[in-house]
Design a protein around this ligand. Structure first.
Ligand SMILES: [Ca+2]
Length: 160
C-alpha cells in the first residue's frame, strides 16, 4: 500500500513569495521528489492627492489614515498612515491587488472620511480624495449642530 505525504511551507517576505514543498510517495523513506518554487508578487503603488476642502494651512501637518477593505466591507485589511506633500500628494505600497474599497480619514475629525469604492489595485494605481470639513462634533456628518458649535465659538482667537 502506497502512502502519500506532503509537507509544504509558504513564506511571504516583502513581496517575495516562496513555496517550499516535499512530497513523499511509497514506502516510508522513499522520496519521490522535492521542489522549491519561488515567485515574485509585485507590490502595488497607490498614489494620488488628498484635498482638504477649505483648509489653507500646511498639508504636511495633517496625517491621513488609509484603510484598504474588501468591496462593500468595513473591516480593514490594511491600514497606512501617510504624510501629505505640500500639494496634497501621497503614496504607499501594498501587496493587495484587484478590486478593493479604499478609505481615507484625516487625523483631525472635522473632515469627513471618504471611501473610493471598487478600486482596481494594479501596477501604479491613482486614487484621489476630496474631503469636506465641518464635522465639529465628530458624528460623521455635517449638520446644523456643527454650525451651532461654530456660532458658539465665534470671534475667539487661538492663544499665541
Ligand atoms: Ca457633525
Amino acid at each position: 500500500m502506497n502512502r502519500k505525504y506532503f509537507l509544504g511551507l509558504v513564506l511571504v517576505i516583502q513581496g517575495l513569495v516562496s513555496v517550499w514543498g516535499l512530497e513523499v510517495t511509497g514506502a516510508a523513506g522513499t522520496h519521490t521528489y522535492a521542489y522549491i518554487k519561488i515567485g515574485q508578487v509585485n507590490p502595488i503603488t497607490v498614489q494620488g492627492t488628498v484635498t482638504l476642502n477649505g483648509f489653507t494651512g500646511d498639508n504636511t501637518t495633517v496625517p491621513i489614515f488609509i484603510e484598504i477593505r474588501y468591496v462593500d466591507n468595513t473591516t480593514a485589511l490594511e491600514t497606512h498612515t501617510v504624510t501629505l506633500a505640500a500639494n496634497g500628494g501621497y503614496s504607499f505600497t501594498t501587496l493587495l491587488n484587484g478590486a478593493h474599497d479604499i478609505s481615507a480619514q484625516a487625523e483631525q475629525w472635522q473632515w469627513l472620511r471618504q471611501t473610493q469604492k471598487n478600486v482596481n489595485l494594479s501596477g501604479t494605481t491613482t486614487v484621489d480624495f476630496s474631503m469636506f470639513g465641518g464635522d465639529f462634533d465628530g458624528d460623521g456628518e455635517i449638520t446644523v449642530l456643527d454650525l451651532s458649535i461654530v456660532l458658539a465659538n465665534m470671534d475667539i482667537a487661538a492663544d499665541p
